[in-house]
Design a protein around this ligand. Structure first.
Ligand SMILES: Cc1cc2nc3c(=O)[nH]c(=O)nc-3n(C[C@H](O)[C@H](O)[C@H](O)COP(=O)(O)OP(=O)(O)OC[C@H]3O[C@@H](n4cnc5c(N)ncnc54)[C@H](O)[C@@H]3O)c2cc1C
Length: 408
């Protein structure tokens, strides 16, 4: 029987497991994750108020509960196990570890300049996130993509609009208490070249406490995004000002005596401008945090387009193609790579590797049953108006994963 290790249990890792097990139900497919919990950015990136998107996890559950994939949580590639050891132990290894660093904005560091990844991880209770940052005053969200829209929407929503999300008590109180004077979403590209999903722009039209202005819009001419943006312009449901700006290239930041940002300088459509800014949230993409030598591995890949790094070593998802693409795009790519893995593994002689037997003795691994215990606990512990209360520390997660039902 052939054995495949998938490192990362986000969408790309799960879809790869699904594809392999659909084609070869008798193979061993082991999915590893550094966290005790599965699903990657579905849990820690997809917006807390988009529970419909997160429902993809029901499909992922079936991979472990019906298709036979095994979950090995709390196992970090590069710390608990090496890539070399995995490659010797399995017929194929798939890198699906995503990209967790915020892309550098080149504007320099200052108090009040925050990456969208840093902010969303803190809001969504990622165990490795820092504290919730000090977001206040005039807030500019820099970026022309859907992550920027997510950040804007969450900061603009009233408490009542966050009903049924999976925000924790601390994040909910933090959002409710932000002393925000105004929100501006600002991008380099003109409106027609922005990468916002028109559906997400239309969703902003349902916000209850905002007054929206969209500057520098061209004629729609049938363009769905421009039509959606045009539909927002002038919306007035409450006091919080929200402004869309396009065609503004950031040129630098000014700070106050305490080192906190106070202005963003831009080259706007009508020349240089200085925009008051007490908080700058950059949502301009993600990058490798330097671990796993991702950039070198992908640069040396035999066929990076098809996800093949070398014989028996593959890459999928954001790890392979960079921080682009939604969950459905990962599905299409991962299923294609899964197909290739099946063909290439079958064409090669079987490896007598030890599979998961290579894990260091005594290392605490979270299996699927352990995750389900934690999942049940988090659902049961949901506070009023929320669908889940996440456990925020690895130690806390491990304790609950360990706890048998009858021991409670
Ligand atoms: C803020 C945000 C919001 C988004 N919202 C949406 C949305 O609404 N709809 C949508 O379709 N797409 C959305 N996306 C995009 C979507 O999340 C990605 O397309 C998808 O998650 C990429 O999947 P992945 O498996 O490649 O990476 P990830 O989801 O990042 O999964 C990587 C996994 O690898 C694990 N890992 C990392 N390093 C190691 C290691 N050394 N050892 C073991 N495991 C490791 C991580 O813990 C993680 O579980 C959003 C992205 C972001 C950042």
């Amino acid at each position: 029987m052939r054995k495949v290790a998938i490192i990362g249990s986000g969408p790309s890792g799960c879809f790869t497991a699904q594809g392999i097990l659909k084609a070869r139900p008798d193979w061993t497919v082991d999915v590893y994750d550094t966290l005790p919990v599965p699903y990657g950015l579905v849990r820690y990136g997809v917006a807390a108020d988009h529970q419909g998107t997160k429902a993809i996890t029901r499909q992922f559950e079936r991979i472990f509960e019906r298709q036979g994939a095994r979950f090995f949580g709390n196992v970090t590639l590069g710390r608990d196990v090496t890539l070399e050891a995995l490659r010797a132990a399995y017929d194929a290894v798939v890198l699906a570890t995503g990209l967790s660093g915020d892309r550098d904005h080149g504007l320099g560091r200052a108090e009040g300049v925050i990456g969208a990844g840093q902010l969303t991880r803190a809001l969504y209770d990622h165990p490795d996130a820092g504290r919730l940052p000090d977001v206040r005053g005039e807030v500019i969200v820099l970026g022309n993509g859907n992550v920027a829209v997510d950040v804007l929407r969450l900061l603009a929503k009233t408490e009542a609009e966050l009903q049924d999300s999976d925000l924790g008590a601390e994040a909910s109180a933090w959002l409710a208490g932000r002393p925000i004077d105004g929100l501006t979403i600002l991008g380099r590209s003109p409106a027609a070249a922005a990468r916002f999903d028109p559906v997400m722009i239309r969703e902003l039209g349902r916000l209850q406490g905002v007054s929206i202005r969209v500057a520098d819009l061209p004629e729609a001419g049938g363009d769905k995004l421009i039509e959606a943006l045009d539909g927002l312009d002038g919306l007035a449901t409450g006091p919080r000002p929200v402004t869309f700006r396009f065609g503004c290239r950031p040129a630098g930041i000014d700070t106050d005596a305490a080192g906190r940002i106070r202005a963003l300088r831009v080259e706007g459509p009508r020349g240089p401008e200085v925009l008051a800014c007490d908080t700058l949230i950059t949502a301009i993409g993600f990058c490798c945090d330097g671990s796993l030598g991702r950039d070198a591995l992908m640069a040396a890949a035999e066929d990076a387009e098809a996800g093949r790094i070398a014989a028996g070593l593959y890459a999928v998802g954001w790890f392979r193609r960079g921080p682009r693409g939604t969950i459905p795009e990962n599905r299409a790519e991962s299923l294609a790579v899964a197909q290739r893995i099946v063909e290439e593994v079958e064409a090669a002689p079987p490896r007598a590797g030890a599979g998961a037997g290579i894990l260091p003795a005594g290392h605490e691994v979270v299996d699927w049953a352990g995750w389900k215990r934690l999942d049940a606990h988090e659902l049961a512990a949901a506070i009023a108006g929320r669908c889940r209360t996440k456990i925020t520390t690895r130690a806390g997660m491990l304790t609950l994963c360990r706890e048998k039902e009858d021991a409670r």
